[in-house]
Design a protein around this ligand. Structure first.
Ligand code: FAD
Length: 437
């Protein structure tokens, strides 16, 4: 019997899933598939909270598929090799999936598309993880926008109720539309077999945030001590355990400020797709050869939250412990590394990429390059935030700091590793020289 494989990646849900809904209408029974990609897994530490999260979601999907009268196939390996084998093991009519805009993913998908074509198998990818992708929102001159305000305005003018409409994947996900894995595939790899140990970090439930949180978001979002001040849904957006359409629809109805923050996500994904080189180098060629300092001792102090700047240290300790950091602290910590310490933004980007449970290449690259003044969109290179002013403004009673830096205010807390005024002037001076070199 011919089947359609539905390949899950950043969309670990059966509800409101664009590609899955299309697969279920493809005329062939659908077998959901997840591949533990060896190329990605090889780079991770043995205890990785993301991998534990993914593993649990795949197991949950397998259970849900079983309850619906189907099954889920999970394999480990290099993706092309896995597909070559799958096309031998099953009579595959089509492979459906959802688009992924990161540089590695676009190359991988092109290769798999070609492999399928050679074998006479249809390969289709659908837009699912953003509202608008690629070239859907352009400037009047037909170029990708480089100004967020203009992009957001055009995005909001373009969006229609149907862009938020759910795809009927859940309704169609029933026995008569599903295929079963071969008995030899009934067993899925365990975390241990994948070479990992369990490492759990706190994540919120995979459902919409409380309406109350969303309604007050514009007033509460900047205060890191307020645990209900933001939605905490970034991990679910990263792995597609909640539909972006549902979240953005809720934001559109209840809080336009939140909608605007989420539009940043579409914006950065669009930019990374257009400029994949920004994943490893400054967008602005003038900012590619700056004389960064990269002092290992100070870098370690930053990583461990021992800089003597409490908002930076609290953020880094929250990151190290929970794999999450409040946006205000991300701004303070990133700004401190790239300006006061004048270190290469790619060092900080890399550290965040190892630690954040919500690590998303486009958001991380976009925000780091913004902070460093090197990006497609960027803060002016001479802007240097003061960690102390941010502390006074966003955590005036040191509530967030006391939560994460228990020794703050005692003799054990370190003195600042760099003077703000000195660091600021040094950064401006070195960037000016580097830009003109
Ligand atoms: C240096 C730096 C690195 C960052 N790295 C990441 C990252 O790897 N992954 C990630 O998801 N976010 C990243 N962000 C953006 C932001 O800090 C997080 O999305 C947010 O803190 C997640 O918490 P939340 O879900 O409660 O956000 P909320 O404030 O509730 O926002 C809701 C959603 O909107 C989106 N969003 C909000 N702010 C931004 C923003 N500035 N840029 C892009 N999207 C945004 C996110 O998808 C977020 O989940 C980074 C920000 C900075 C300054």
């Amino acid at each position: 019997m011919k089947i359609t494989l539905f390949w899950h990646r950043r969309d670990l849900r059966f509800q409101d899933n664009a590609g899955l809904a299309a697969a279920l209408k493809s005329g062939h029974p659908v077998l959901p598939l997840f591949i533990y990609d060896q190329t990605i897994l090889e780079k991770l530490a043995k205890q990785d909270a993301r991998l534990t999260f993914i593993f649990d979601q795949v197991e949950r999907l397998a259970k849900e598929a079983h309850e619906a009268g189907g099954g889920l196939l999970a394999r480990y390996g290099k993706v092309p090799a896995v597909f070559k084998q799958l096309l031998k093991d099953y009579d595959v009519a089509a492979v459906y999936t959802n688009e992924d805009y990161e540089p590695y993913a676009t190359e991988r998908d092109t290769a798999i598309g070609e492999l399928c074509e050679k074998s006479g198998v249809e390969f289709k990818a659908f837009k699912d993880q953003v509202i608008f992708a690629k070239n859907e929102v352009l400037t009047k001159n037909g170029k990708p926008s480089r100004v967020f305000g203009a992009y957001s305005k055009a995005w909001q003018a373009k969006v229609k109720p149907e862009d938020f409409a759910p795809h009927p994947s859940q309704r169609l996900f029933k026995k008569e539309n599903l295929a079963l894995p071969h008995p030899a595939d009934a067993r899925r790899p365990t975390l241990k077999e994948l070479g990992f140990e369990r490492h759990e970090q706190p994540t919120p439930p995979a459902r919409l945030p409380d309406a109350d949180v969303v309604k007050h978001y514009d007033k509460t979002r900047d205060f890191p001590a307020d645990n209900r001040g933001t939605t905490h849904r970034s991990v679910h957006l990263r792995f597609g355990t909640i539909s972006i359409r549902q979240l953005m629809h809720q934001a559109q109805e209840l809080n336009v400020k939140l909608l605007n923050e989420m539009i940043w996500r579409d914006f950065f994904m669009m930019l990374l797709w257009h400029y994949p080189n920004t994943s490893y180098e400054a967008y602005d060629p003038k900012m590619r050869h700056l004389p960064y300092r990269n002092d290992p001792e100070q870098y370690r102090a930053w990583c461990e939250g021992r800089t003597g700047y409490p908002l930076v240290d609290a953020g880094m300790r929250q990151l190290n412990e929970n794999g999450y950091m409040h946006n205000r602290a991300r701004i303070a910590a990133a700004g401190f590394l790239v300006k006061q310490l004048f270190m290469d933004w790619t060092l900080g980007e890399h550290y965040f990429s190892e630690k954040l449970i919500d690590y998303d290449m486009s958001n991380n690259i976009g925000n780091w390059q913004w902070m460093a003044g090197t990006g497609v969109v960027a803060a002016p290179w001479f802007r240097v935030y003061s960690p102390d002013s941010q502390q006074k403004q966003y955590d005036p009673e040191y509530k967030y700091v006391k939560q994460w830096v228990p020794e703050f205010g005692t003799a054990k807390y370190p003195a600042p590793i760099v003077d703000h005024k000195f660091g600021r002037e040094r950064a401006i001076d070195l960037i000016r020289k580097g830009r003109n070199a």
